[in-house]
Design a protein around this ligand. Structure first.
Ligand code: 13P
Ligand code: SF4
Length: 329
């Protein structure tokens, strides 16, 4: 019985069936008012969730919202490290996420004990960590960065400052190429972005000679070298809106296409092809896609699963995230 209670505590009522006569959108909006909740969503979650969210953005924008919201409850539709970051920044608020199993391959690629041993080999280096990492890694870091501020933050550091960059080696290499800085890289990667196929991409570009190829810096170097523009999800969306071009091949998780197509319905937006099979499948993050309207409804109704971060870890992690927010102004 105790084990069952622990399990309910851990995963909440994530898979509890919802009666088919429940109007999910109306109920989620009602719960939002009743509980003074704010729904934050990343661009990679399902379009129906993006449409009901109070704020959609990239990791930097979402952190800024989590730090400044006046809501009592933050409902984070994204992945676990995003909910954790919200809790780090707003420890007195309740933070819930629709599915606690929504992890991230990048965050998983850096276990805290192994990273601490790695860091110990470079005592004269500071640690810059991409926000896609656990609270423990944030606590071991000096400054957190996102895809939208990594270049600016690295460029603002003294030229002779030695740097460890973790956990995304692809973003790290991109920053090194752009800034000319040398950094020690932790060898992590995003399973979604590294799966974009160069061969299929080149075929797609031949079929769409007027298209611009834009990509997220989590992609591998041989893909980024083909790109007309590289940026965070928000930056990619802005690029598609602002560019005079009419056709774009988008090298990131396909969820961003929802907002792009809403913003510029007259433009042609094509997802960059993934390599894992022979069809022209686009790139989808299996973790982000764990967020469903049913799970969102259950998590708002039962206020579970909730995110907790041990206070000693939170305080150290908060310092590195706050440093990022300050340096991003
Ligand atoms: P941004 O939205 O900050 O560009 O990050 C992309 C991502 O991989 C989130 O998991
Ligand atoms: Fe993590 Fe990649 Fe999914 Fe983003 S797209 S949450 S980096 S696995």
């Amino acid at each position: 019985m105790e084990a069952l209670l622990d399990e309910v505590q851990r995963v909440g009522y994530v898979n509890k069936p919802v009666d088919s006569d429940v109007d999910l959108i109306a109920e989620i909006n009602r719960l939002k008012q009743e509980k003074n909740a704010v729904i934050l969503a990343h661009y990679y979650v399902d379009g129906a969730i993006q449409d009901i969210a109070d704020y959609i953005g990239d990791s930097l924008g979402l952190s800024q919202q989590a730090a400044s919201t006046e809501a009592d409850m933050i409902v984070f539709c994204g992945v676990h490290f995003m909910g954790e970051t919200a809790k780090i920044l707003s420890p007195h608020k309740k933070v819930v996420i629709p599915d606690l199993n929504a992890g991230c391959s990048l965050a998983d690629s850096a276990p805290a004990d192994k990273f601490a041993a790695f860091k110990a080999q470079y005592p004269d280096h500071i640690v810059l960590s991409y926000i896609n990492c656990s609270a423990e890694i944030k606590a071991l870091s000096d400054i957190i960065v996102t895809s939208s501020n990594a270049l600016k933050i690295v460029e603002s550091l003294p030229k002779d400052q030695k740097i460890i960059f973790a956990p995304d080696a692809n973003l790290g290499r991109f920053v090194m190429n752009k800034t000319g800085r040398d950094m020690v890289l932790w060898d992590g990667a995003c399973i979604v972005h590294i799966d974009i196929s160069l061969e299929k991409l080149q075929r797609l570009r031949t079929e769409n000679p007027d298209a611009e190829f834009i990509a997220h810096p989590e992609c591998q170097e041989h893909i980024l070298s083909q790109a007309d523009y590289v940026g965070s999800t928000t930056a990619l969306l802005k690029y598609v809106v602002d560019s005079p071009k009419q056709t774009f091949i988008v090298g990131t998780e396909a969820g961003i296409l929802h907002k792009m197509r809403q913003a510029v319905p007259h433009k042609k937006i094509i997802p960059a092809p993934a390599s894992q099979n022979n069809t022209c499948a686009c790139s989808e993050c299996p973790y982000m896609k764990m967020n469903t309207l049913e799970k969102l409804y259950n998590c708002m109704l039962y206020e579970q699963p909730e995110i907790f971060v041990p206070e000693d870890v939170r305080v150290k992690a908060e310092a590195s995230v706050i440093r990022m927010l300050e340096m991003s102004k």
